[in-house]
Design a protein. Structure first.
Length: 227
């Protein structure tokens, strides 16, 4: 069995202390950059600060793992066996989050093997692609400003329809859900684009003032809801 001194000597032969520090520092820098890109391009209600921290941690840890493995195939198999006992039970809510995890893994592997050019170029190209797809709203079915949701009694369509027509440029009914208790009410969800000079606060007040409407909610869909 190898002594601790032999292991330290083996690792030192592959990575000098300055190399270890540099690799981990670059991995940390890339992890922070990736997490910031994730934060800036995120859509939907599944945002989590914990996930941002996870991206940074994964990038640094993978770079350390790559340095531990070095050129040893035996170490690689031993590490796979050791890590196989770990069970990750957190469900990824947004499939796009998986791409950021893979990027963190790739960046950490590149930094850990001193492939700095690949690490920076790969992360840079991915970031540009993420921003481009984000700002063009690529793949979106609807171009909305807000999501309007409220519960209404059946037969009041003319009442809320007039208010929506007065303040809203375009609207689409996304979802209609009848009441579970058998009452004659529906939970309606619209995606809406406000008119250019429309007063948003006044619009909300008028919707709330309609008799027979309840549970009125207005959500900014550009930053909170993804289709």
């Amino acid at each position: 069995m190898d002594s601790i001194e032999d292991k330290v000597e083996f690792l030192s032969a592959i990575y000098q202390p300055i190399d270890v520090i540099l690799n981990i520092a670059i991995a940390c820098l890339l992890g922070v950059a990736i997490s910031l890109v994730y934060k800036r391009t995120h859509k939907g209600l599944s945002y989590s600060q914990s996930f941002m921290l996870t991206i940074v941690f994964v990038t640094v840890i993978v770079s350390m793992v790559m340095m531990v493995i070095g050129n040893s195939l035996a170490r690689a198999f031993a590490l796979v066996g050791a890590l196989s006992i770990i069970r990750f039970r957190t469900v990824v809510k947004d499939t796009k989050d998986t791409a950021f995890i893979f990027l963190a893994l790739a960046a950490g592997m590149a930094a850990g093997t001193a492939s700095y050019f690949l690490a920076f170029v790969g992360t840079g190209i991915f970031s540009l692609l993420a921003f481009g797809l984000h700002f063009t709203n690529f793949g979106s079915l609807y171009k909305s400003e807000f999501i309007l949701r409220f519960r209404t009694q059946i037969g009041l369509q003319d009442n809320y329809g007039k208010v929506i027509e007065q303040y809203v440029k375009s609207s689409n009914l996304l979802h209609s859900e009848p009441s579970a208790d058998g009452h004659q009410t529906n939970l309606l969800t619209f995606d809406i684009v406000m008119k250019k000079d429309a007063d948003l606060d006044r619009f909300v007040q008028k919707i709330n003032a309609i008799e027979g409407l309840s549970e009125v909610a207005l959500i900014a869909s550009r930053t909170d809801v993804d289709y």
